[in-house]
Design a protein. Structure first.
Length: 74
């Protein structure tokens, strides 16, 4: 099953203290129904960060990754 969702996140770099952003985006996730409480969901997302210092990127950011989901089964 495929899932499309909108999301937003907040990021801040505590080490360098000069990086922070609000990142809205859209995500396409492949959801596989399994019988285990841990699921691994690969995704592709496209986001456009708004940095706290006022800078803007020229192009949106394309991200590939995995999302770990813990499910309580009945």
């Amino acid at each position: 099953m495929w899932s499309v969702s909108f999301y937003t996140g907040v990021a801040y770099n505590f080490i360098m203290e000069d990086y922070g952003s609000i990142t809205p985006g859209i995500k396409l996730t492949r959801i596989k129904i399994t019988c285990t409480p841990l699921r691994l969901e690969p995704y592709i997302s496209l986001s456009y960060p708004f940095y706290f210092n006022g800078e803007r990127p020229y192009l949106p950011t394309l991200t590939f990754g995995y999302r770990f989901v813990f499910v309580k089964l009945k």
